[in-house]
Design a protein around this ligand. Structure first.
Ligand SMILES: NC(=O)c1ccc[n+]([C@@H]2O[C@H](COP(=O)([O-])OP(=O)(O)OC[C@H]3O[C@@H](n4cnc5c(N)ncnc54)[C@H](O)[C@@H]3O)[C@@H](O)[C@H]2O)c1
Length: 456
């Protein structure tokens, strides 16, 4: 795969009054402005590819220029602690980021998250492999800290319920990063749909193909038993869910094996997911999402990403590699730098005023979360904090409370593929039927597996 420092794109594209209040760093939250900068100390769990591509540039940028808003004044957002499995990357970043971000502590091993919390952070970003989000997020919320989780938030509705419950109990935010929602192309799509310029979506397809080096290099440590759909189709599940609304009714899926792992093993090379939604009009729409992580490494783009949505009165075609730039450099493309560049997600620039920067929607989505926390904590009087918290929670592009159908689709995908591995292919997951909230039916079997009983 491309080296993170080459500024490519990975799978994307182209983030009451409770326990945390007293712990927030910049003095009493909600105190009158004009008493010096507010401070929100950040902790980071997981220092892999996505940290390098988006969090690192965000913390560098906010170190240079703190957040400002007339509601909360100047707000510093220093990275003060990191936690990872081995601590090796943390130690390396302590060297390479010296002077570019504030000094930070580096914790490793099984107690790393507890130590990070004890070090006194105000919010925590979680960018561990997706089956390790839940435990870290639960520990942070139990400690009354705001949490931002990389997509997919968690892998089951029960886990989602638990995190939501803890966030409410402790009066903090629990949010998830779906940066594709901030891609200007997707914002425009949603704008047209809301304006009714594009009317009623009938069906569509999305594909996202990752290079083989992702599966065999960067992710080799945790890839066994996993599939590329959970990790990347989830971008499009969320895009569809958020953009078009509606009720998810059915989920089907299949997949192929034999390249990343043995042909009869639990690790998937590629998978195809179908979602069927129903809208208030009674009409349905179907969406197919194809993903893989076995595309040849000499592919001209970092990832292949394409969408097509068909409406009653139009068609939307989007191709993130064909936004307009192709660049060939002898000895460089397509292996070290890709031929089709995504300059929108997170790219390094020399600005026209000769300042070096790294920016794009992958970074913007993180800043936006920090602003939401700053507004909750510092955006007005303390006795109005719960109203500010409620406003931040009502933002359905990133709140965990609005992630239910997306998590249901991911949980269904994993269960359908697991059944296929065990010799029962072609399962159908149905939502909110008489048997339960998420129920997996297998062909030829009378009794379904109830994956989640309450309504989704
Ligand atoms: N939004 C995107 O487009 C995008 C892109 C890449 C990754 N991601 C998401 O970010 C998350 C991480 O992905 P990545 O590509 O950076 O993975 P990665 O494999 O490159 O890095 C994972 C990091 O987590 C750490 N880690 C693993 N287990 C841990 C544990 N139990 N406690 C603490 N740290 C632990 C590892 O040490 C490593 O630093 C995933 O949820 C993934 O879906 C999102």
């Amino acid at each position: 795969m491309h080296h993170p420092w080459e500024q490519g794109e990975s799978d994307m594209g182209a983030a009451g009054g409770g326990g945390s209040v007293g712990s927030v760093g910049g003095g009493a939250p909600g105190a009158a402005r004009g008493e010096g900068p507010r401070v929100l100390r950040a902790g980071m769990v997981g220092l892999g590819m996505i940290f390098e591509e988006t969090y690192r540039p965000f913390f560098e940028q906010v170190h240079k220029t703190p957040l400002y808003d007339r509601r909360f004044g100047v707000c510093e957002v220093p990275l003060t602690a990191v936690a990872s499995r081995t601590g090796t990357r943390g130690a390396r970043y302590q060297q390479t980021l010296a002077g570019k971000v504030a000094a930070f502590e580096n914790f490793a091993g099984p107690e790393a998250v507890a130590q990070l919390l004890a070090s006194g952070v105000d919010w925590v970003a979680i960018a561990t492999p997706d089956d390790r989000h839940f435990e870290a997020a639960r520990a942070c919320l139990q400690a009354g800290r705001h949490v931002l989780i990389e997509k997919p938030s968690v892998l089951s509705l029960e886990q989602l319920d638990e995190l939501e419950r803890l966030a409410r109990q402790h009066g903090v935010l629990a949010k998830v990063v779906y940066h594709k929602l901030l891609d200007p192309d997707h914002k425009r799509l949603r704008t047209f749909y809301r304006q009714q310029k594009l009317q009623h979506v009938n069906n569509g397809y999305c594909s996202l193909l990752e290079p083989k080096s992702i599966a065999q290099g960067q992710f080799a440590e945790w890839i066994t038993g996993r599939n590329p759909g959970t990790y990347v189709a989830v971008h499009y599940i969320k895009l569809i869910d958020f953009t078009f609304g509606g009720r998810l009714e059915r989920v089907t899926a299949t997949g192929q094996r034999g390249l990343v792992g043995p042909v009869d093993g639990p690790t998937w090379d590629s998978c195809q997911l179908r979602l069927v939604y129903r809208y208030d009009s009674g009409r349905e729409a179907a969406f197919d999402i194809h993903t893989s992580w076995v595309t040849p490494d000499n592919f001209p783009g970092y990832v292949e990403q394409e969408v097509q949505f068909r409406f009653d009165n139009g068609v939307w075609n989007g191709h993130s590699r064909k936004r307009g730039v192709e660049c060939t450099i002898a000895g460089e493309t397509p292996m070290r730098t890709k031929i089709t560049l995504n300059n929108h997600y997170s790219a390094a620039f020399v600005e026209p005023w000769n300042e070096a920067s790294q920016r794009g929607y992958g970074v913007e989505v993180l800043e936006r979360f920090a602003r939401e926390v700053a507004e909750v904590e510092f955006g007005g009087p303390a006795d109005e904090r719960s109203a500010r918290l409620a406003r931040a929670r009502a933002l359905d592009y990133n709140d965990l409370a609005a992630d239910r159908q997306t998590v249901a689709a991911v949980q269904a995908l994993e269960a359908i593929l697991d059944a296929q591995w065990k010799g029962r292919p072609d399962g159908v997951a149905r939502l909110n039927g008489p048997e339960g909230g998420l129920v997996l039916w297998h062909p030829g079997r009378r009794e379904p597996d109830v994956l989640y009983s309450p309504p989704v």
